[in-house]
Design a binder for this molecule. Sequence first.
Ligand code: ADP
Ligand code: MG
Length: 256
Amino acid sequence: MIRLENINVTFGKGTETEVCALDIPALELFEGSWNNVIGPNGSGKSTLLKVICGQILSLEGKIFITGKNITGSGASKRFDYVQMIEQDPRNNTVASMTIEENLRLYAFRRGSPALSFLKSGSVAEIRKLLARFDMGLEDRLHSQAGLLSGGQRQAVAVAAVLLRNPKILLLDEFTAAIDPKTAPKLLNIVKQLAADFKITVIMVSHDLEQVINSGDRIFILSSGKVAEDIATASVKITKAELVAKYTRVLEEEGVL
Ligand code: ADP
Ligand code: MG
């Protein structure tokens, strides 16, 4: 459902600081699949997500979503089917607004088809969605987002993007700023929600525990390239095997 063809993103072209952030000849991600991305700092993980959500338009190559060439359309045009959650909870929700206001703000942005979801009687729907996170958020609709824990705040961000009915959800180290007890719990809930809503997910993570035996694929990026593409949907990989592959990539990169 997501197809990348001859993607190249080079920053500072022709200057001394020229860097090829992403170089992907061909990549296809299947509808409803969960795709994990790992790789050292600067390997192009965030750039890959930005390319898919339309934040980087100065690229070579083509992007297709469900067969449609969307290469030239920007982030606002893709907003109804691609959503991204960043690492820092403060970037995903507005601190001074309540949970309900954050959700409504999100659903109302850019003339939304999700509006029908929020018409009269829909507070019950919002509560039902928030209850899925098992954090008591459904009883705190009028609490300011800034008063919530990092984990709760990311949960609100996930709920907000789900209101848009996205086909694709991009998670950029979205649990990195959350305490180690809450992070796996939130991740499991997001996995269930993604499966229920049939969303295609790409999750960037630094946590090998999070990606091992979860989801359909693990990509290891290195210097903007896909160094490993490991199918984990049917054949499981052990943590030792993944660590060995990752270590080899880091060695080739000169990081180790
Ligand atoms: P990762 O998320 O894997 O840490 P990024 O995708 O953020 O890596 O960055 C990949 C490479 O591109 C890095 O070398 C980074 O410095 C460079 N880069 C990313 N964004 C920009 C930008 N806006 N301008 C210049 N260089 C950038
Ligand atoms: Mg990054």
